[in-house]
Design a protein around this ligand. Sequence first.
Ligand SMILES: *Cc1c(COP(=O)(O)O)cnc(C)c1O
Length: 484
Amino acid sequence: MTDAGRPKDGPTLDPDDWSELRALGHRMLDDMLDDLARLRERPVWRRVPDAIRTSFREALPTAPTALDAVYRDFQERILPYSSGNTHPRFMGWVQGGGSAVGMLAEMLAAAMNSNCGGRDHGAIEVERQVTHWVRQIFGFPETASGIFVTGTSIANFIALVVARTALFGASSPDRGIAASGEALTAYVSTAAHGCIRQSMELAGLGSGALRLIPTDSAHRIDLAALRTAVAADRAAGATPFFLVGNAGTVDVGAIDDLDGLATLAREEQLWFHIDGALGALAMLSPELKSRFAGLERADSIAFDFHKWGQIPYDAGFILVRDGERHRAAFASPAAYLRREARGLAGGSPWPCDFGPDLSRGFRALKTWFALKTYGTDRIGAEIARSCTLARYLAERIASAPRLELLAPVGLNIVCFRYRGADPDALNAAIVAELHERGIAAPSTTTVDGKLAIRACLINHRTQPRDIDALVAGVLELGAALNHD
Ligand SMILES: *Cc1c(COP(=O)(O)O)cnc(C)c1O
């Protein structure tokens, strides 16, 4: 080959001179740290103005724009309109506040640009390290396997698929569920998160095969009703196989009798899975841990580091007691994923053997950084502190005659309402006003048919004064809207 045929070096996406990019990068970092340090000074949430909303219809940017101009655009059109979940008075749904350490680690992970689907490299070892810690947190054996996933929605789905494969053996993924001719049934309380139902649909089992078991007055699954439902299904020729326990229900934070469920699952030979999205990490708190007795007996646990663990989104996790069964559900032979004893293709099994994702980001790094930097005792203490704040809010409600508590406060969620005419509409309006005025951001839910203002205290930045601001806001808006 002559030199004439050899292509010349070409431009890359890296700059020729890094100094300008470096200066701007440092400024971005400073700006974001300032932003975190000053969260309190701004409203929790503000609506995206119509003009800005419609401005996001630009044509495909085929030509370049200077990075500092794009960054300015970010500062003007994107940053001010965040959902607010980093803010100390964000109390809606179940959303963690993240942390500065997590943010920095995300930057480092982005620089490494690791693909954590597999192969033999350091990022995979970090994920194995975190998995090892997760086993320790939940008292699982060394043979348990785990991987990071986007969130508990997909983690619950993975658990269901592993349980289904375990039931029918390794050939079941080939033949599909219909080939078995069996009607599989699954069980969870009526307080289950909607993703359990969706998992049944995605797994091809159908949500009709999910039995929603009633709850007791504390919103925990009714074990006697569960036993009856399993027996009725067996009598009707169905195959009960999957039982989900709630370790913190999404509405009110109730914890099922996990030990009772574990015993029932053993007797009935059901796969015992725990949806611990909200509450499982409370195992890090010595004062809360005993409430989760039985969790260590589960076959699998789904939970989120991005909620109570304060790891930046997303950082869901699935832990499976029997690592072999976990792998059997997902490992597949593909020529391009061939494993070797040496070189970069070594280090089997790979994370892609334990879930449906092949390309995967380095979620483990931000988690590793935060767990090491803060220490799990400190994270456990923050978790306990949010429960203290929830009790404080419950006391404030109890001493305000216009307010009414709608569910027992078991963990960190407080459901209450302002007493008034047409209370559902009134309380929905109060919450919308709280959001639009940027005072606080609780959400709503329905408890025993009543619309409730729901405050989920999960953000490590929330202080008693933020609870006071919520109560004051509800009382003031309630009085105004109800014409008291
Ligand atoms: C948040 C939540 C989920 C869903 O988890 P994602 O991380 O949002 O996918 C499932 N179950 C419960 C109890 C939850 O609180």
